[in-house]
Design a protein around this ligand. Structure first.
Ligand code: HEC
Length: 145
């Protein structure tokens, strides 16, 4: 009589290989550089990120409603004030390339605050799209852990 385990063992091995493949592929595809933040730093960092998304939401909403005060308030939130608020321990872990994308992004929000006073809405929308190119560039290169 042929032992059942002779069929089961190769089957199990095949299953393990099949299920581990997507994991390996994901690790290879994710080439982003890790910032190596602690859980507390990560929570703080991601909270700032969510505020940046909130700024973008407020800016687009303001453009759609033709409410310049709303644009200004939303953009100011992610300007230099946010850059200054980054904890020193996090700042120490950010390399020059990260800073070369992050710094100008906060500055662009400051510029948007000024532009929102006078620029046509289409220009404000284009400028917001330009800001979001920085979001995209950095997200493609870095991860928190
Ligand atoms: C200089 C780098 C950099 C810039 C610029 C940047 N981000 Fe991020 N952001 C990150 C990193 C790193 C993460 C973490 C990604 C990960 O670990 O998967 C992140 C995560 C996020 C998250 C997820 C938050 C969470 O709770 O998980 C949001 C939302 C976000 N960013 C929004 C934005 C928006 C909107 C902009 C542009 C206005 C922006 N970010 C610009 C680096 C950046």
């Amino acid at each position: 009589m042929i032992s059942l385990s002779r069929f089961l063992a190769p089957g199990l091995v095949a299953l393990m290989v099949v299920f581990s493949l997507p994991l390996q592929a994901a690790e290879q595809i994710d080439l982003r550089k890790s910032l190596g933040l602690t859980p507390a730093e990560k929570a703080e960092f991601l909270a700032e990120m969510q505020q940046m998304l909130g700024s973008i939401q407020g800016v687009i909403q303001g453009i759609a409603l033709d409410d310049r005060d709303m644009i200004i308030k939303a953009a100011r939130y992610s300007g230099n004030r946010m850059a200054r608020a980054t904890p020193d321990s996090v700042r120490a872990k950010l390399d020059d390339e990260f800073k070369s994308i992050g710094g100008p992004t906060h500055l662009m929000f400051e510029e948007l605050v000024i532009r929102a006073e006078t620029d046509p809405k289409e220009d404000l929308l284009q400028f917001t799209a330009n800001i979001m190119n920085n979001c995209m560039t950095c997200h493609a290169k870095y991860k928190v852990d």
